[in-house]
Write a protein that binds this ligand. Structure first.
Ligand SMILES: [Zn+2]
Ligand SMILES: [Zn+2]
Ligand SMILES: [Zn+2]
Ligand SMILES: [Zn+2]
Length: 390
C-alpha cells in the first residue's frame, strides 16, 4: 500500500562527551553520522517518501535540521557536520535525563506533524553509545498514545545485556561494521520486523485506552463568531458546508446558521452532523477526523456520534424503536472545564452556568433547561438520539 511508504522521522543523535571516544574510528560521533548517512541514502534509493528532522543532544537539546523532504540536502548536511571536528561537550557520563528531554522534543515535533498531516507513519530514531536508556513514564505513554514507532540503536564495544520485554525496537551493536549494517537494515523494514511491529501495536492498543493523546492534540471545531453567524444567516451568501456541499445539512435539515462549525485551523465551514458522519467514516479513531480542506486533526463531541450511531441502528432495526432515556441533572460546576454545545439550540453552554444543565443518559448530549422543556412540550424525545424521555 502507498500509505506505508509515507514516513516522518525524527533523528535523535547523542552528542555527549563519550561520543568523542575513538574506539570506533575515527570516533563514535562520526561513526553515528556515517550510519545516519547510510540510513538516508538507502531510504532515498528505495523511493520511500520520507520527511526528516535531526536533533542533537549534549548539555542541551538543539534542532540542527527542521522537517524537510529534501533528503539529498539532508545527506549533504550530515557530510558537512562530520567534516567538522567533534567538539567535546562537558556533561556527566550517562546522563539519561537530557536524553529524555531530547525525546520529549522529538515527540512534540511529531505531535505537530500528526496534527497537521495525515497518512504518515511517525518514527523516532535514537542513536547513542549509552545503553542505559531510561524513558520516563510520561514519554512512554505519549509514544504509545500517538502510535509513534521508537527505534533505539546503541553501539559500544562492551557486550551489553539487552533488557527483555522492552516496549521499543531496541538494537545494540558492538562493532562499527555491525552498526553500519544495522542502520542500512533499518532503512528497509523486512517481514520479520513487520511481525514485531504487530506485537508492538497490540501493546499500543492496551495503553491507548488509558491515554488518548491523539484526542489531546486534536483541535476542537470552532463555533462561528458573531460576524460569521451574520454571514451564515444571509440568504444571498454562497457559503456552504464543505462536506455535504450544501447550505442545509442532509441530516435533520439543519442550516449552517444552526449547526455550522469551522475548522479551527483554516476556517473551513461544515455542519456539525456532517462532520460527525465524516468522523464515523474516517480511519482516525473515535471522534477524530481530518479537515476536508487542510487535513488538520479535528475532534467533535462524542454525543453527536452517539446520536448518529443510534439513529442509523434504528433505521436498520438493530435497536428497538422505542428507546427510553433519562435526563440527568448536571451541576453547573461540573461543566467548568469545557464549553459544551446544547444539542437543541446549538448554542454553547458556558460554564459557570447559573442554571442546571441536563444530559441524556443514552447519547450523553447536553441541553439547557429551557431547551429540555421545549423538547418535552414537542414530543418528549431527546432531539439528539430520539429516545423517549421518562
Ligand atoms: Zn453539511
Ligand atoms: Zn481545516
Ligand atoms: Zn439550548
Ligand atoms: Zn439522547
Amino acid at each position: 500500500m502507498m500509505e506505508e511508504k509515507l514516513e516522518n522521522w525524527v533523528i535523535l543523535l547523542d552528542c555527549t562527551k563519550s561520543m568523542s571516544n575513538e574506539d570506533f574510528q575515527p570516533n563514535r560521533f562520526q561513526t553515528a553520522l556515517s550510519g545516519l548517512k547510510l540510513f538516508f541514502e538507502n531510504k532515498y534509493k528505495a523511493f520511500q517518501k520520507i520527511r526528516a528532522s535531526i536533533i542533537i543532544f549534549s548539555t542541551k537539546v538543539s534542532i540542527i535540521s527542521e522537517f524537510t523532504d529534501d533528503i539529498p540536502s539532508l545527506i549533504s548536511l550530515i557530510r558537512l557536520i562530520s567534516k567538522k571536528k567533534f567538539k567535546k561537550q562537558y556533561i556527566p557520563e550517562g546522563s539519561s535525563f537530557i536524553m529524555d528531554n531530547a525525546l520529549s522534543k522529538a515527540i512534540d515535533i511529531l505531535a505537530q506533524q500528526i496534527q497537521n498531516i495525515s497518512g504518515f507513519k511517525n518514527c523516532i530514531l535514537l542513536i547513542s553509545d549509552n545503553d542505559n536508556i531510561e524513558i520516563s513514564e510520561k514519554n512512554q505513554d505519549k509514544i504509545m498514545g500517538l502510535k509513534i514507532s521508537l527505534n533505539i540503536i546503541t553501539f559500544s564495544q562492551e557486550k551489553k545485556i539487552i533488557v527483555e520485554n522492552h516496549h521499543f525496537k531496541f538494537q545494540h551493536f558492538n562493532t562499527k561494521q555491525a552498526f553500519l549494517d544495522g542502520m542500512k537494515n533499518l532503512a528497509s523494514l523486512d517481514k520479520k520486523e513487520k511481525n514485531k511491529a504487530q506485537n508492538f501495536s497490540e501493546l499500543i492498543e492496551q495503553k491507548k485506552k488509558k491515554h488518548d493523546f491523539m484526542e489531546e492534540i486534536a483541535l476542537s471545531l470552532r463555533n462561528p463568531s458573531s460576524e460569521e453567524l451574520i454571514k451564515f444567516k444571509k440568504k444571498s451568501n454562497k457559503i456552504h458546508c464543505q462536506i455535504c456541499s450544501s447550505k442545509i445539512s442532509p441530516i435533520k435539515k439543519y442550516s449552517l446558521y444552526n449547526t455550522g462549525r469551522l475548522c479551527s485551523h483554516c476556517g473551513t465551514p461544515m455542519h456539525l452532523h456532517c462532520a460527525g458522519l465524516w468522523a464515523l467514516k474516517s480511519s482516525e479513531h473515535k471522534n477524530l477526523f481530518r479537515c476536508p480542506y487542510c487535513y488538520s486533526l479535528l475532534k467533535i463531541p462524542v454525543a453527536i456520534l452517539n446520536g448518529l450511531n443510534i439513529n442509523t441502528k434504528k433505521k436498520e432495526s438493530l435497536v428497538s424503536k422505542k428507546l427510553y432515556v433519562k435526563m440527568i441533572t448536571i451541576k453547573p460546576e461540573k461543566l467548568k472545564q469545557k464549553t459544551q454545545d446544547c444539542l437543541k439550540c446549538f448554542n454553547p453552554i458556558r460554564a459557570p452556568h447559573s442554571q442546571n444543565v441536563f444530559q441524556c443518559s443514552n447519547c450523553k448530549a447536553y441541553f439547557h433547561k429551557k431547551c429540555l422543556e421545549e423538547m418535552y412540550k414537542i414530543d418528549k424525545k431527546c432531539l439528539n438520539c430520539g429516545g423517549l424521555i421518562v
